[in-house]
Structure formats: structure tokens, C-alpha cells
Write a protein that binds this ligand. Structure first.
Ligand SMILES: [Zn+2]
Length: 74
């Protein structure tokens, strides 16, 4: 069963990042890619410490929230 993102769209960036942190070592993850569309969106995340990669399912509004965050970081 796929992991589902738990952050709210009005959370600050730090909370969004915390909700995506690595399930193995609890370090921050980097969002490698946002995939899919508003019907079926997900984020590929890669841990900055242990390299654990996983895919997190996103609601349409979460996908939008994350895409704004990723765009700001670049
Ligand atoms: Zn990790």
C-alpha cells in the first residue's frame, strides 16, 4: 500500500518537509520529482542521508502545494 502524504496545504514549508521525512532514519528527504497529474499525483522522495527512495501519494491540492515549494527552491 502506497504511502499517503499527511501535510495540509496551509502548513508552512517546514511542516510539509517534516511530513515527508525519511521513515527509516527520520532525516529530511529531497523531492526528486513530482509525477502524475491532479487526478493521480505523487512525489518521488529521496533521503539526503541514507538514500532511501519512496513514492508518496498526493491529493490534488497537495501536489499543487509541493510544486509551488519545489519551484521556490530552485
Ligand atoms: Zn533516511
Amino acid at each position: 500500500m502506497a504511502e499517503v502524504a499527511t501535510f495540509r496545504t496551509d502548513d508552512v514549508d517546514a511542516l510539509v518537509e517534516a511530513s515527508l521525512s525519511c521513515p527509516l532514519c527520520l532525516h529530511a528527504t529531497t523531492v526528486v520529482a513530482l509525477e502524475g497529474d491532479s487526478e493521480d499525483g505523487h512525489a518521488r522522495c529521496c533521503c539526503t542521508v541514507c538514500g532511501h527512495e519512496r513514492t508518496v501519494e498526493l491529493l490534488p491540492e497537495q501536489l499543487l502545494r509541493l510544486s509551488l515549494m519545489v519551484a521556490t527552491a530552485q
